[in-house]
Design a protein around this ligand. Structure first.
Ligand SMILES: [Zn+2]
Length: 149
C-alpha cells in the first residue's frame, strides 16, 4: 500500500460515484452512505473503528508496522467478501434530474472526467448533464405541503 494506491482507490471511488469532489474537498455520496448501511455490521461497528484507531496510534508510535496493519485489514476484508459473495446489494443510486433534451429519466454514468448524468435512453438520446457536486442532484420540487415556514 503506497500513496499512489490510495490515490487510485480514491480515483476509483470518484469514478463510481461513491465520492464527490467539492472544490478541493471530497465527500461521500448518497450511494456511499447506502453502501455503508448495507455492509456487514462488523465493518461499520464502532468497536471495530475503536480497534482501528488504537492500531493507528500504535503505528504512529512505531509499535505496529503500517504494512502489517494493512495486510491484516486486507485479509479480514477478503474473508468478509468471500463470506458475503453472492449476497445481492441494492444500492440506491440518487435519482437524476430530467434529461435536458427529452425530459426523460437520467442515469449516473462515468466518463473520463468523472460521473455525469446521461439520458436513460442513450444512445437514442444523447442528453447529458453535469453532476453538481456538493448538492443533491435531484431538483427540489415544491410539493405545496402543509409545512409553513
Ligand atoms: Zn433524453
Amino acid at each position: 500500500m503506497c500513496i499512489r494506491d490510495s490515490a487510485n482507490i480514491i480515483g476509483g471511488l470518484l469514478n463510481r460515484g461513491y465520492l464527490i469532489k467539492k472544490g478541493r474537498a471530497i465527500r461521500a455520496s448518497d450511494a456511499a452512505f447506502t453502501l455503508i448501511d448495507t455492509v456487514p455490521a462488523a465493518i461499520a461497528d464502532p468497536g471495530t473503528t475503536a480497534v482501528w484507531e488504537q492500531a493507528l496510534d500504535m503505528i504512529e508510535t512505531g509499535q505496529l508496522a503500517l504494512d502489517t496493519f494493512i495486510d491484516k485489514q486486507a485479509a479480514w476484508v477478503t474473508q468478509l467478501i468471500a463470506q458475503y459473495r453472492g449476497t445481492s446489494l441494492s444500492i440506491k443510486i440518487p435519482e437524476g434530474p430530467a434529461c435536458p433534451q427529452c425530459g426523460g429519466a437520467t442515469r449516473q454514468r462515468s466518463g473520463k472526467s468523472g460521473p455525469f448524468w446521461s439520458c436513460a435512453k442513450y444512445p437514442d438520446c444523447k442528453g447529458t448533464l453535469p453532476i453538481e457536486s456538493g448538492k443533491r442532484a435531484a431538483p427540489r420540487k415544491r410539493r405545496g405541503g402543509p409545512k409553513a415556514s
